[in-house]
Write a protein that binds this ligand. Structure first.
Ligand code: SF4
Ligand code: SF4
Length: 426
């Protein structure tokens, strides 16, 4: 048994309000940098020249395709979630315009806001600047206020361990609905302090939120592409509230995750779609493990949102403190190689223990890519080059039907939420 030298101990508040502090030892050989390695000039360049866009805008072709592979039960549960969530998404969408209900005092309200968030049940809360470099193109004019309150809500432990399953997927939806309601309550509270609050609903994201959570010291990015938060790892569901309330920003933290993921690699080895990468790459000015979307999406769509990469992460399963303590004491990854951590079942394919993965043939990964209108154009072009569109009335009819379909697609609202009625962007 090797006991490793500890570089530093990260002290975080306990999971619940009155719990004692949670102390995470970081072994010397895991130290890299607080937060994440970035090249600020590159982040600036990419955000200016190639601004991010929401997956639900850029990838409408596969967003439509997924409905063709859902079972009737899954289709209904997705629709039900969208219906139930729509009023909350609508309320969040207009929340920036709601006036404060008291006069502002001008004093720093960081502690009041953090205490309220934790009373409402958010397990992690931190403050940082709302980093507009990550804002999706279609949300640029919607997003208001410079300060970001990062709020993480814990998804139920037991249900998460049943991943991949419709049971776990309903839990994921239910967690979003619960935290969205709590987010609206948080916004009311901030207004009662005299300030504005804009709720960035988890069903209608304005940006990828993980960079801001990392900046606020609430975890680091794991090889599974998820925030590894101290208490519940990647079981954290994330949302943001922006505000003009005076506050003090938190600092990013080195929890040792970047090096730990290099040692661990459990999610990389267990991903049924082989969508996760062993090594980090530099991407848009950030050094990170990059997920291959085209390998993940077909699995997620067909197997209840998949999520094996969340389920098998030891930090999700055991919490960061026991995992890092175990590493300091033994130099090993807690649970690695065990059925308890690594085992999962895939409906129709059976159980897969450590070292075993399901097999999917090439066709399984053939799904439509890009925007629906671009795909339609590509299909039309192909028919033209194959001389499948004749001259005369039949050709005219094909052109008319192409035009009608493009118009229908372009008329669809630009939103992440199917039933939400989005306000006109300012
Ligand atoms: S959701 Fe499933 S397929 Fe996608 S990266 Fe995670 S484990 Fe792999
Ligand atoms: S499973 Fe291991 S490698 Fe993957 S994110 Fe979790 S700690 Fe990192």
């Amino acid at each position: 048994m090797t006991t490793k030298k500890v570089s530093h101990v990260v002290k975080r508040p306990g999971l619940r309000l009155k719990d004692p502090d949670y102390e995470i030892p970081v072994a010397e050989d895991l130290v890299t940098t607080p937060g994440i390695r970035q090249n600020q000039k590159d982040v600036d360049f990419y955000s200016r020249s190639y601004p991010l866009e929401s997956q639900n805008i850029e990838y409408t072709a596969d967003r439509s395709w997924v409905w063709t592979v859902y079972s009737p039960e899954e289709e209904e549960s997705h629709l039900e979630h969208e219906r139930l969530q729509a009023p909350v998404v609508n309320a969040a969408a207009t929340s920036a315009d709601v006036a404060p209900t008291a006069a502002p005092t001008g004093k720093d309200v960081t502690e009041e806001i953090k205490t309220k968030a934790r009373e409402l049940g958010f397990g992690e809360v931190g403050m940082t600047r709302y980093d507009r470099r990550y804002t999706f193109k279609y949300k640029k004019r919607w997003t208001r206020f410079e300060h970001a309150i990062c709020l993480a809500y814990e998804q139920d432990y037991e249900r998460t361990q049943s991943i991949p399953s419709s049971f776990a997927e309903y839990t994921h939806f239910g967690t979003y609905r619960t935290m969205s309601q709590l987010g609206l309550m948080m916004a009311d509270y901030i207004r009662s302090l005299g300030y504005h609050a804009q709720v960035h609903s988890p069903n209608d994201n304005s940006a990828p939120y993980i960079p801001m959570f990392v900046a606020a010291g609430l975890g680091q990015l794991g090889a599974n592409g998820q925030l590894l938060s101290p208490h519940f790892g990647s079981r954290a569901r994330l949302m943001v509230i922006t505000t003009d309330a005076p506050m003090t920003y938190d600092q990013s933290v080195d929890y040792g995750i970047h090096k730990f993921c290099e040692v661990c690699q459990v999610c990389v080895n267990r991903c049924p779609g082989r969508a996760l990468m062993r090594d980090k790459v530099w991407w848009r000015g950030v050094e990170k493990h990059k997920l291959v979307y085209e390998r993940c999406r077909p699995v997620m769509a067909r197997y209840s949102g998949c999520g094996v990469c969340m389920k098998v992460c030891p930090i999700q399963k055991y919490g960061m403190k026991p995992v890092m303590e175990h590493y300091v004491e033994t130099g090993e990854v807690l649970g690695k190689g065990s059925h308890e951590l690594e085992g999962f079942s895939i409906e129709g394919k059976g159980y897969f223990g450590p070292g075993q993965l399901p097999h999917f043939n090439h066709d399984f990964f053939e799904i439509p890519h890009g925007r629906s209108e671009d795909l339609l154009f590509e299909q039309f072009k192909e028919k033209l080059s194959n001389h499948e569109i004749p001259d005369g009335p039949a050709g005219d009819e094909a052109l008319r039907s192409f035009k009608k379909r493009v118009e229908e697609i372009l008329a669809e609202p630009e939103t992440d939420s199917m039933f939400a009625v989005m306000p006109e962007e300012a």
